[in-house]
Design a protein around this ligand. Structure first.
Ligand code: AMP
Length: 137
């Protein structure tokens, strides 16, 4: 069975796409810890970091760095968290490997534990955040 993220890559489920190349795909998280929260996934559905072949894992951080720079510039963040949950015990809910890039601001009091998130005010605002990041790539 396909993971929800494979369906996003294949366009069966809509997403706010930030970036795509042969191996990787990035899009906005629908339940952002902070607006602009972006996920960077491998196109192939590896379960977690331990399963990725070296040829792909060697390239992963370069792509994540490129997108993190765009997230920080586009959201005017003071910094960001780079998070990856590997396995259910570590809080992973979608078993298709992904880095979270979460914009952070001084004293923003974001709780990185599961259960809390921000909401986009409306679909247009989410689209605006996507554009701000894409235009900063
Ligand atoms: P994790 O707990 O690390 O597996 O994170 C999974 C993330 O995927 C969560 O932050 C969800 O908000 C996010 N997510 C789940 N479904 C979608 C979707 N259809 N579009 C965007 N993000 C999603």
């Amino acid at each position: 069975m396909k993971t929800i993220f494979e369906k996003i890559v294949g366009g069966e489920i809509p997403s706010h796409k930030i970036y795509e190349d042969d191996n990787f795909f990035a899009f906005l998280d629908i339940f952002p810890k902070k607006k602009g929260h972006t996920l960077v996934i491998t196109k192939k559905p590896f379960k977690n970091l331990l399963e990725i072949p070296k040829a792909i894992s060697d390239k992963y951080l370069q792509v994540v760095q490129k997108i993190a720079i765009a997230v920080v510039i586009g959201t005017k963040a003071d910094g960001f968290n780079l998070v990856m949950n590997n396995s259910e015990a570590a809080g992973q809910e979608v078993f298709h490997v992904h880095f979270h890039i979460i914009p952070r601001y001084k004293n923003d009091a974001v709780d990185l534990n599961p259960g809390t998130h921000e909401e986009y005010s409306n679909p247009e605002e989410m689209e605006e955040f996507k554009n701000k990041i894409v235009n900063s790539l």
